[in-house]
Each structure stands twice: as C-alpha cells, then as structure tokens.
Design a protein around this ligand. Structure first.
Ligand code: HAM
Length: 426
C-alpha cells in the first residue's frame, strides 16, 4: 500500500475527522484530563478503562437503534471471527456493560470515571470530529435528587477547574415510563397532523421512535418541533416532585441553570434528569457536555434493576473553546499584599490557599504599600489582592487588576469566601 501511495504521488494522510495530537494540543489535553480527574477523585470516583471495541449489540440495546448515533454514526464491522463489533461512540454503554460483566453492581453504589477516544461517523466540522475524546463519569445505584444535583455540580466543577466559566447549564426531565408513554402519545398526535411536512427520516421515526423526531436537524422539522407539546406538561406526579427537588438543590448549590423543554438528548437510555452544558461566549454554540439519569440501562444489559446517572464532556470541544486561555491562566500571577504588618498573617493564609489551588502567586509583605505594589508590578503580577484592616473587618479583599485600562473595573471588592472562584473566572 505504501508503494502504491508513493507511486500515485500522494502523501499518506490521517483519516478524515481524526487528528494527531501533539505539542501544545497534547499539553492542553493532559492539563484538562488531570484537572477533571482530580475533581472526580474528590467526589469519590475511581478510573475505569474499558475496551474501545464492544460487540455492536451493546450499543443497539442501550443507545437505541433509531438514534442518530446508532443509525448513522457508528463504525461497525465484522471482525475476522465474523462477530459484529463497533468502535465505541460514547462511554456510558461500555462502562455499564463492564459493571454488569465484572459484577461490580453487587456492591453499590458504583462510582466510575473514564477518559478516552470515542468514534462517530459524522460530518467533520468545527468541534465535530470522527474521533474525539470524552471525559465522563457514571454513578450507579444511588437514585436520589441529591445524586442528580451532585452530578451536575461535578460537571460544573470540572469545567471551572480549568478556569473556564463561560458556560450555562440546561436541564429538563424526561420523567418516568408513565411520563414518556403519555408524552409519546401527545407528540404522535401532534406530529401526525404535520406528517406531510416532516422530512422522510422523521416520518420513519414517527412510526418507530417518536421522541427521536425531536432530534432532527432538518430546518422544517425544527420549526415543527418548536411548536410541539412540551414534556414538562406530561410529567407524572412523582417525576414532577423529583425534578422540583433537583432544581431546588441546584439553587442551594448556587448553580445557575435554565430549564429547556425540548432537551431530550440524542440517546434512548435517559429518564428523569437530563442536562447539557453550552458555551456562552464566542461563536461556537454546540454542547461541551451532556448527561442524565438512566433507570433501565443496567437491566437492559443484564444487570440489576438499579438506576444510574452520569455525564460526558467533549475534551476536543473544550480545547477549541479555550484556545490560548489556559496557557495565560497558568502564567497569570497574583500578588497577595497586606497593607501593614497587622494583616500579614491573614494575607499569608490567603497566599497558601491560592497555592493549594495551584494559582501562581507571590506573598509581598515588605516595605510600604506603594513599594509592595511596585514589586508586584516588577514581578509581572497581573492581579493584586490587597488586605487592609477594613477588608479584614468586613471579610472582603480588594482586587486590583494591574494592567486594566478600564477605570471602573480596575479595583473590585470581593467577599473573601468568593475569591478563589472569582480568580478562576476573571
Ligand atoms: P453526548 O451528548 O452524546 O453524551 O456526548 C457528550 C459530549 O461529547 C458532547 O457534549 C460533545 O462535547 C462531545 N461530542 C459528541 N460528539 C462529538 C463529536 N463528533 N466531536 C467532538 N465532540 C463530540 C454522551 O456521550 C453520553 N454518554 C453522556 C452520558 C454519560 N450520559 C450519561 N452518562
């Protein structure tokens, strides 16, 4: 084959939609994965590495054969033993298959995280590849709104841990079996009235798996879908109570979220809480991550009848969004400056907190305030955190952006308890 390529004058190339990661890009990947892994460990998750190939049936049974992923995007082939195998298009099915095969569900809850290559034969474009990497985690055997809220909080913490804050969380509930049965009846009725205007593919889906009509990207279908009945109106009483509790816990967690009535996710295994993470700055609008609860997946794959919840974040998409951001973030230095000797120990304690959060920082405490500010400037600090007696009395700090030309935002007063998050996001 090599001979043939040379003879035809063509250079060997990588498969379309699959790229080499090296240099800065592989550094970015490692940086993100290491941060995410630490967050997962903090919440009690251990790593699992599952095979990249699974028997095709694993994905058919779990993701659903009418989904885009299974019906259009899987790399499926017969191996030399004539078995149908598939390069994993996502991580959940394989992890749940492993939990069942290894009998990990004998001891609940099971909390596993993973990171690796996924494959989808999609049309390559910005942020959409045929081979891409996901970090994800699955929490099985602990069904409670608390677990749902904590899972969403972990996803938020992961993304914040790399200093990226321009995102929002969309949530919805797909309810229980009763909910989806009633909702399916309602949308079948609705879509049937518009059947002649639906795309050929959506007409087939209407017969086989009506919920998947809502995934259509066809322009006319999207327009029809926007007027369809909403799931929330069909939630059973139990599902509504469950969802309301998840929402109130997210509020307790101070996680901003939006309810999106049409969020049904593109995979069949979901029930109850479903969520997606979307970027809010820049021109790129596709989801960075998504997840949700699955009540039946373990049982479908031959395991116990227990529920699970998880999410996956697309690392390639994050890398694209962050671009140079994380490099600057790593280099950005913070000066912690006590106004006078009386504030030295408070400032020193804050300096240690910043170091524990891996934030490049200097503790500058000798000389007058003017001299300390000059030293901070000479050391290349972009931000100075100033602690005087007023600040200590009010439990605040004064943050000064050293290079800012924007007078209104050059100096800010921030609550001491919020300073780490503030620095991550500014
Ligand atoms: P998903 O929404 O299909 O969910 O994928 C999760 C993330 O993977 C997406 O939000 C996106 O960032 C990234 N992604 C998906 N397709 C591509 C692509 N072609 N190129 C680049 N990035 C892509 C799942 O995979 C579920 N397994 C998540 C989950 C875990 N649900 C419960 N547990």
């Amino acid at each position: 084959m090599r001979f043939l390529a040379v003879k035809l004058g063509r250079m060997a190339r990588s498969v379309r939609g699959m790229k080499d990661l090296y240099g800065r890009e592989s550094d970015k990947f490692d940086f993100i994965f290491n941060k995410f892994r630490l967050v997962g460990e903090r919440y009690g998750f251990g790593m699992i590495y599952t095979p990249i190939l699974e028997y095709t049936d694993v994905f058919y049974r779990s993701i659903g054969d009418e989904t885009d992923v299974v019906s259009k995007e899987m790399y499926t082939f017969l191996d030399k033993g004539e078995e149908s195998v598939t390069l994993r298009p996502e991580g959940t099915a394989g992890v749940v298959r492993a939990i069942v095969c290894e009998h990990l569900d004998q001891c609940l809850p099971v909390k596993l995280m993973y990171c690796g290559e996924m494959f989808r034969y999609d049309r390559p474009q910005k942020g959409r590849f045929r081979q891409f990497r996901q970090f994800g985690l699955e929490h099985v055997g602990d069904k409670s709104p608390y677990t749902d809220a904590i899972t969403i909080a972990i996803a938020v913490d992961c993304i914040r841990s790399i200093g990226f804050c321009d995102f929002k969380i969309l949530v919805n509930s797909l309810g229980d079996d009763e909910t989806r049965e009633n909702y399916t009846k309602a949308i079948v009725k609705y879509f049937s009235r518009h059947e002649d205007r639906l795309s050929a593919e959506s007409r087939i889906r209407l017969k086989k798996n009506p919920l998947r009509v809502l995934d259509s990207k066809n322009k006319q279908d999207v327009e029809i879908c926007s007027m369809a009945p909403i799931l929330m109106d069909y939630l059973s009483k139990d599902s509504r109570v469950y969802f309301n509790k998840v929402c109130s816990l997210l509020e307790d967690y101070e996680i901003n979220y939006e309810i999106n009535h049409f969020l049904v996710r593109g995979l069949d295994y979901y029930s109850h809480t479903a969520f997606e993470i979307l970027p809010t700055s820049g021109t790129y609008k596709e989801a960075i991550g998504g997840g949700g609860r699955y009540d039946k997946l373990l049982a479908i794959l031959g395991g116990l009848d227990v529920s699970g919840i998880g999410f996956a974040i697309g690392i390639d998409r994050l890398m694209l969004l962050m671009d140079d951001f994380f490099v600057q973030q790593k280099k950005r230095k913070i000066a912690v400056i006590p106004v006078s000797e009386g504030e030295d120990s408070h400032a020193f304690s804050l300096f240690r907190d910043l170091q524990n959060c891996e934030m490049a920082s200097e503790f500058i405490h000798l000389g007058s305030l003017t001299k300390k500010m000059k030293i901070a400037d000479r050391l290349g600090c972009a931000i100075a955190i100033i602690l005087g007696s007023n600040e200590i009395q009010n439990n605040t700090v004064t943050v000064k952006f050293m290079n800012s030309s924007d007078a209104a935002n050059k100096t800010r007063s921030i609550r001491l308890s919020d300073i780490i998050n503030f620095l991550r996001c500014n």
